[in-house]
Design a protein around this ligand. Structure first.
Ligand code: RFL
Ligand code: PHB
Length: 394
């Protein structure tokens, strides 16, 4: 079997890339280890940058997002028992973000690809990549019935997330990794309750970080900083609400609206970048190449930014036999990746309680938040990064 671009992974990176290529007349096959149902049910990110919203609209998959998503024109930083608002629209010349869950983006993309006759193979096993140093790399795997299949392609793109099987195919002698593991995680919940706030609340408290987000008027998403090795069994619902009430307390008695918790998860937090993001005919995009802590809401948006660059480079290759954009892919993508890494690290450092942190450090964090929210320059720095930095010229 032959295709132009073999894509491994049907997360945001893989599905967006196959949709971009499809609209430019380039064939692809997407290989996914999990079932369609499992992929569409994975609860993850919720905030889409303006550029990601624009991309989904350009790709013809934005209709439901425009109907069901929520535009946010600002966010709240809560510290020292008080709220300060960052006004994205005012500070960035009209830009906003969209609250629309990652699994809804995935659902829309899968539906669009399949409706257009797109080839997504779910429940494949034992994917391996071969001959990336030649102009005809191949991918071997077992299909959902266990039958071995080989796909020959012009390019292979690893969109296979953190535990990528593609990343190790780049020889160790040319590969470099940068990593920072944070000494805390996030406990995330979904609950049936009305909204506690019209905008997201990022809160610093001596007991640790917490975040109030939302999915729909009836379903809310909240997070609290916890030990990354803690077990979810140690967090009965009442303990979660008590902790959220304590960390989100304000001088005027604010309380979160509580309701039945129907999903709980603890995730570790780390920053990770691998380079190069290309070797021979193999390219990496999204979490297979880089991971950010969720504090800046950048993970999904970076995946979208990577495939925007790669989609254009592949289009130029097929239309005009240009190879320069493909050759510059690592450099172009990493410039944005490192700026998003810096922002995510900065938000994480400013808003979390570090083990062993003393009262001095806590006061410095409060002073930084006070500066960021009271200086126009400080607030603009946060706002322009949060809505998404402009894209470099290709
Ligand atoms: P994904 O979404 O992980 O998709 C990778 C896909 O590849 C498949 N796969 C394979 N398929 C075939 N063969 C193999 N050998 C394969 N190995 C893996 C997987 O089944 C999967 O379907 O990566 P992608 O496309 O790069 O997208 C990245 C985003 O998903 C990710 O950055 C964000 O979700 C990160 N993230 C968050 N980002 C935010 O911006 N805001 C958030 O609130 C947020 N919350 C989260 C998150 C990531 C989480 N993880 C990784 C556990 C919460 C969680 C829990
Ligand atoms: C979410 O709604 O899941 C969410 C929002 C903002 C973040 C991280 C996660 O920074």
């Amino acid at each position: 079997m032959r295709t132009q671009v073999a894509i491994i992974g049907a997360g945001p990176a893989g599905l967006l890339l196959s949709q971009i290529l499809h609209l430019r007349g380039i064939a692809s096959i997407v290989l996914e280890a999990r079932s369609r149902e499992a992929v569409q049910a994975t609860i993850r990110a919720g905030v889409l940058e303006q550029g990601t919203v624009d991309l989904l609209n350009e790709l013809g998959v934005g209709a439901r997002m425009r109907r069901e998503g929520f535009v946010h024109e600002g966010t709240i930083l809560r510290f020292d028992g008080r709220d300060r608002r960052i006004d994205f629209r005012e500070l960035t010349g009209g830009k906003t973000v969209m609250l629309y869950a990652q699994h809804e983006v995935i659902t829309d993309l899968v539906a669009a690809r399949l409706a257009a006759g797109g080839d997504i193979r779910f429940e494949v096993k034992d994917v391996s990549v071969h001959q990336i140093d030649t102009s005809s790399p191949s991918v071997h795997f077992l299909d959902h019935t266990g039958v071995p299949v080989q796909i020959d392609a012009d390019f292979v793109v690893g969109c296979d997330g953190t535990h990528s099987v593609c990343r190790p195919c780049i020889p160790q002698s040319v590969r470099r990794a940068y990593e920072r593991v944070y000494p805390f995680g996030w406990l995330g919940i979904l609950c049936k309750a009305p909204r506690s706030s019209d905008e997201l609340i990022y809160a610093l408290h001596e007991r640790g970080f917490s975040l109030v987000s939302s999915r729909t008027p009836e379903i809310q998403r909240l997070y609290l900083q916890c030990d990354p090795n803690d077990k979810i069994e140690n967090w009965p619902d009442e303990r979660i609400w008590a902790e959220l009430r304590a960390r989100l307390a304000t001088r005027d008695g604010w309380l979160p609206k509580e309701g039945e918790i129907f999903n709980k998860v603890i995730v570790g937090m780390r920053s990770f970048v691998t380079e190069p993001m290309q070797h021979g005919r193999l390219f990496l995009a999204g979490d297979s190449a880089h991971v950010v802590p969720p504090t800046g809401a950048k993970g999904l948006n970076l995946a979208a930014a990577d495939v925007r660059v790669l989609g254009r480079a592949l289009t130029e290759f097929y239309r005009n036999r240009r190879t320069d954009l493909l050759e510059r892919y690592t450099a172009t993508a990493l410039r944005r990746v490192w700026k998003a890494q810096r922002f995510s690290w900065w938000m994480t450092s400013m808003l979390h309680r570090f083990p062993g942190e003393d009262a001095f450090q806590h006061q410095i964090q409060i002073a930084e938040l006070d500066y960021v929210t009271s200086s126009r320059a400080g607030a603009t720095t946060l706002a322009e990064n949060y809505v998404g930095l402009p894209f470099d010229a290709p």
